[in-house]
Design a protein around this ligand. Structure first.
Ligand code: HEM
Length: 494
């Protein structure tokens, strides 16, 4: 009998929903958007609505678009004015993050900085990271690590050049960035590490990113029934299995920090000391193993993928645009001369066009094309539309970076556009927000840009570049349905 009732309920559910939708008086003036089906809303169109295509939805419905993914209302914002209303005027109302299973697994129940709900724990972790990892003083103190890693990087590429073999630049850049960030963040040198092969950084980052993208039933139908479906269908188990290799790596990093007699004092050591003190003092806020692994995960996942991706997109765009490549290399070589044996960080300060080129990469290839999702903690308005509490908010950096109303020849890679422009990427110009803005702006911005600039400067000063196969430059490479950078390059001259 109960099975019969269950199926009857399932059958009637769409009818009940249509009935409610027809007779429900709209309380809010919601933004426009594509037609929604009963119960699933726009879920069936989710594939079509990925960043590149979201440009089309903003062309069709305007700069603020309302979608419904199952029970989750989503608003996609894609104009400079709307982004400013969200991230500046209403920053406080939308500086918490929504929950999703992939994020929950990767960031240890949201006990990290990036996906933690807005509140005391997030604030404490963020402040700690600003002091122990991202401050100007700390950034300066890690200079020797960046120097050593970039020297090694140049040496490795020179070996490829001598052998005249193609360079897997994707692997080389991920290894450079991965080892630099692991040394800075956890004091672990992957070249000397027993539990990890440094060449596997790219594979591990891709695995973590795949878990983040994974969705389960309860992401769209939260609550007890959603969770039950996840469990019965084995989706949660599958997700955790996928994450297990990444988790093992993070656990190994933590175990290294828990070994007795350790002398180093990085941010993870600081947290372990704080955890002991909190336990002794009986503080209401206590760090757990999840907080420690959440911080480890943030540094690895948020740090490595973004920096490596931007560097590789830079090389891809330069290979596809020989005029810009020549202009940048001319500036670098004229300014720095041709006798340098190694690049110094101070060299960056002398380069103007080079920095505009980095800005142009960030405009066209934001690492998070829809920013990290925000969630409205209370009702507010954007462009006159109501945004009810619990609405998920996506800021479409991809569409804004390529909006023909904001940029001339928007799809063209041309750093010259910034020659007479004061637009910057530091969170105050709302048409260019590769690091976000407001309270949740990326705390790793200075470290991230420094690592991108150093890698690119070394690649462009010491080597001339081509591709292993003729005409490959125009080839569109995709990964998981999205366009990605070229991986293999050829040194023509060094
Ligand atoms: C060039 C490289 C990078 C880019 C483009 C980038 C971009 C971003 C973006 C767009 C956000 C979301 C901001 C928002 O919601 O408004 C973010 C947040 C974050 N990033 Fe970065 N990031 C980069 C490098 C790094 C590095 C090197 C680290 C650490 C080692 C890092 C750690 C974080 C953390 C912890 C957050 C979460 C902040 C919060 O929610 O309070 N990022 N990043």
């Amino acid at each position: 009998m109960s099975v019969f009732l269950f199926f009857l309920f399932l059958f009637l559910l769409p009818l009940i929903s249509i009935f409610l939708n027809v007779f429900k008086r709209p309380k809010w003036k919601l933004p426009p958007g594509p037609k929604k089906l009963p119960i699933i809303g726009n879920l069936h169109q989710r594939g079509k609505l990925h960043p590149r295509n979201r440009r089309n939805i903003s062309e069709m419905y305007g700069p603020v678009v309302h979608l419904q993914y199952g029970f989750i209302p989503v608003v996609v914002v894609s104009s400079k004015e709307a982004a400013e209303e969200v991230l500046k005027i209403n920053d406080l109302e939308c500086c918490t993050r929504p929950e999703a299973a992939g994020m929950r697994a990767t960031f240890y129940n949201f006990k990290d900085i990036g996906m933690a709900p807005f509140g005391d724990e997030w604030s404490l972790m963020r402040k700690l990271s600003v002091v122990e990892l991202f401050s100007v003083k700390k950034l300066q103190s890690f200079k020797y690590i960046r120097d050593e890693e970039n020297d090694l990087f140049v040496k490795k590429i020179s070996e490829f050049a001598t052998r005249r073999s193609p360079v897997n630049l994707e692997r080389a850049v991920f290894t450079l960035v991965g080892n630099t960030i692991c040394r800075i963040g956890y004091g672990i040198n992957l070249y000397e590490c027993e539990f990890f092969d440094e060449e596997s950084v790219v594979d591990l980052v891709l695995k973590a990113e795949a878990v983040i993208r994974e969705t389960v039933f309860s992401d769209f139908f939260p609550g007890r029934i959603g969770r039950l479906v996840d469990r019965i269908s084995g989706q949660n188990k599958r997700l955790n299995n996928k994450f297990s290799e990444v988790d093992t790596f993070f656990q190994n990093i933590l175990d290294e920090h828990l070994k007795p007699g350790r002398e180093s004092s990085d941010i993870i050591d600081m947290m372990i000391d704080m955890k002991k003190k909190q336990e002794k003092d009986g503080d209401s806020l206590k760090f757990t193993t999840e907080h420690l692994k959440g911080m480890i995960s943030d540094i690895f996942v948020a740090g490595i993928g973004g920096v490596a991706g931007i560097t590789l997109w830079g090389m891809t765009e330069l290979i596809r645009n020989p005029r810009v490549m020549k202009k940048v290399q001319d500036e670098i070589r004229t300014t720095l001369g041709d006798k340098k044996e190694r690049i110094k960080e101070e060299d960056l300060n002398q380069l103007h066009y080079f920095k505009l080129m980095v800005k142009e990469i960030l405009r066209l290839h934001p690492t998070t094309p829809l920013l990290l999702p925000r969630e409205a903690s209370s009702h507010f308005k954007v462009q006159g539309y109501d945004i009810p509490a619990k609405t998920q908010i996506l800021v479409n950096l991809y569409a804004m970076g390529r909006d023909p109303k904001l940029w001339e020849n928007a799809d063209e890679f041309n750093p010259d556009r910034f020659l007479d422009s004061s637009i910057d990427y530091k969170g105050k110009n709302y048409e260019l927000l590769p690091f976000g803005s407001g309270r949740r702006i990326c705390p790793g911005m200075a470290m991230g840009t420094m690592l991108v600039e150093l890698a690119l400067l070394n690649l462009l000063y010491f080597f001339d570049w081509g591709l292993p196969e003729k005409d490959e430059a125009k080839k569109i490479v995709t990964r998981d349905g999205e366009e990605t950078f070229l991986a293999y390059f050829q040194v023509l001259h060094h």
